[in-house]
Design a protein around this ligand. Structure first.
Ligand SMILES: [Zn+2]
Length: 139
């Protein structure tokens, strides 16, 4: 079986899957967009709120278009941004913390929602990825 092409439609299907599987209690009370952004090696994903249209925009690094990046890593990145959304960062939901990453809240939320496996997968991958980057830069 050939992997699906990684375009914005694919990203949306991953977002839909993760939302219905793990965030079904979080109402979507504004428009949410997701798309690939520029090729970023360090900032893998982000979420921002368009103040004028009140829509949330999730951007995923173009690097993840590469099929060699495990899909679990992409899913983890999307889920991470969805946790921010659920916590009221760049969304219309009430803000649950002062800072989006306060005291490991994202990791905790992910394991409480049954996505510990995604976090663990990502954790292993990021260690190897950082080693690769270090080698590339000759550090
Ligand atoms: Zn974050």
């Amino acid at each position: 079986m050939y992997p699906l092409p990684r375009d914005n439609k694919w990203l949306l299907s991953r977002l839909d899957y993760l939302w219905s599987e793990y965030f079904s209690d979080v109402p979507q009370n504004n428009k949410v967009f997701i798309s690939f952004g520029r090729f970023a090696k360090y900032r893998l994903g982000s979420i921002r709120l368009n103040k004028r249209t009140k829509s949330s925009i999730i951007t995923i690094t173009r690097m993840f278009k590469d099929q060699r990046i495990p899909s679990q890593v992409v899913d983890h990145t999307i889920a991470h941004e969805l946790v921010h959304y659920a916590h009221g960062f760049s969304s219309q939901h009430p803000k649950l913390h002062k800072y989006p990453h306060a005291g490991g809240v994202v990791k905790r939320e992910m394991s409480e929602r049954g996505m510990g496996y995604l976090y663990d997968f990502y954790k292993k991958w990021i260690i190897e990825y950082r080693q690769l980057l270090r080698k590339q830069h000759g550090w």
